[in-house]
Design a binder for this molecule. Structure first.
Ligand SMILES: [Zn+2]
Length: 261
């Protein structure tokens, strides 16, 4: 019991630290700074942050969300990233237990966070993030149960989800006379198709669209205004990775069917 609590605390702390690094690296991409080198400092006055101020989640609480030197507001996306990745890592541990599956889920959540932050900060997502995500899937599938079946199911999901969304975006672009989905959105859908297979990928698309519509309505985003959709896709993917099987089996159960994918 004590060991389980200790491992959980370590995994939570690891998620918070990785979330902090990803947020720092993505925000530095915006200003063109090195993602790895250079001390963390206040964006407003340039004061170097102390070790206590750098502690993920608690540093923000300790500073009450403001720089101690100049009082400028600290970007709230950083503590949100730290807390969400910490919760994601812990949830992966609780769902899959210690092992390759939990590691693959944690890597996927890290990619989702990095892509979301890149989209918010710069509107551009580097391709290597999708490639890294795909490599994680193939490594996890190769070492898991039924590698051939899982890889074929994943490739079918990636093909259906990627090509499906490409087709929908091309039609939507013509109707709306503007770019509706970005290339990175479509690549991320293909990556999620790979991880989830066709049925859960379709559920992710539907959930992402619902979250996207609600977010756009709440933020009053205009029809032609730029809108970061990847955080909505990521939130949908996170939810589906936990509740997808349950929702799909309940839905199919309404028709007396069982999940084939
Ligand atoms: Zn400052």
């Amino acid at each position: 019991m004590l060991l389980a609590a200790y491992v959980s605390a370590l995994v939570f702390a690891a998620g918070a630290c990785v979330g902090s690094f990803v947020c720092c690296a993505c925000s530095r991409r915006k200003s063109g700074e090195s993602a790895i080198f250079g001390r963390s400092r206040c964006d407003s006055c340039g004061k170097t942050l102390s070790a206590a101020e750098l502690v993920p989640i608690f540093g923000y609480i300790f500073l009450r969300g403001r720089c101690r030197a100049c009082g400028a507001k600290i970007d709230p996306l950083c503590p949100v990233s730290e807390a969400s990745l910490a919760a994601g890592y812990l949830a992966a541990l609780l769902k899959f237990g210690l092992g390759a599956e939990a590691l693959a889920a944690a890597a996927l959540y890290t990619v989702l966070l990095a892509e979301s932050l890149c989209d918010v900060y710069t509107g551009e997502v580097p391709d290597w993030l999708h490639i890294f995500g795909a490599a994680v899937f193939f490594a996890a599938a190769a070492f898991g149960a039924d590698p051939v079946g899982r890889i074929l199911n994943g490739l079918l999901g990636a093909l259906l989800c990627g090509l499906g969304m490409l087709l929908i975006s091309l039609i939507a672009d013509r109707i709306m006379k503007c770019e509706t989905l970005g290339g990175a959105d479509i690549k991320l859908f293909a990556l999620l198709g790979l991880f989830f297979g066709p049925a859960k990928a379709l559920l992710t698309v539907l959930t992402a669209c619902i979250i996207g519509l609600i977010t756009a309505a709440v933020k009053k985003v205009g029809r032609r205004e730029p809108f970061a959709f990847i955080p909505c896709i990521s939130a949908a993917a996170f939810a589906v990775s936990f509740f997808g099987d349950f929702i799909i089996s309940r839905y199919l159960g309404l028709f007396g069917l069982s999940a084939a994918f």
